[in-house]
Unconditional design. Sequence first.
Length: 299
Amino acid sequence: MSDILATIPLSAIRIFEAAARLKSFTRAAEELGVTQAAVSWQVKALERRLDQALFQRLPREVVLTAAGQRLARAASEAVNLLRAALDDLTETGEGVVAITTMQTLATQWLAPRIGAFQVAHPKLAVRLEASGRLVDLIHENMDVAVRGGYGDWPGLEAHFLFPSEQTPLCTPQVLEGLGGLDKPEDLLAAPRIGSPDEWATWFHFAGVTTPGPSASPPRLMADTQTLEVASALAGQGVALGSPILFQTEIAAGRLVRPFRATMPLGGGYWLAYPKDRRRSAKIVAFRDWLLACVADLPE
């Protein structure tokens, strides 16, 4: 029996995969650096070879047929595996490791440590992108992600780093001015920073059933923990923050934890990267370095 792959050019599969993924002949042509007519011709030639339509041509878009959907899944997996294998064969250790993470995690935890990684791996540059967007590591131009969640992302290898949790944080001066905050109920009348919903959850966790009418509303709400804890550092009140992400400020005495208990938020922080790139030299280097950093975190 003849091998059908011998009769189909690899370029046709690559063009079909791009058109299927992008749902557009025009965008596929732009990505691959060819003309739209070349994409259309290759797809038509592939359809003639298979004797069935792979796309339904509509006025403003193309839609995969049932046969096209089946082939697209296999083509995408094959192209990704081939790309990963070629990366492994050609990678020399020089280049850039592209990392995507969240703003607070980048500012408070990763960025202050990344210099140590660059010293250990001088031939690797680092591109760090801080964003609230969940980047698609399979199809976008990023190598690894340090993100929050439960580690159950399809197609990704995930390593647990540390839990996601919060506790009240403030300056020693604010703590003294509030009389020491002996029990969680004392925070009801304290100047608080952050989301009312998050504070309500924390009060419930701490065993304070209802704040009551005497509770003062939060003074400030911001988009990130970094901004809210920065306000606490400026003496504006008490903020909810991660004792791990703000470990440096706590260790230096700029922030204090009135209560040792921390409120779990569910899930945690993870290192993630595509499974088919687990042998990439730069990903292995960053993974091993990051897991060693986590192992050195204080209990």
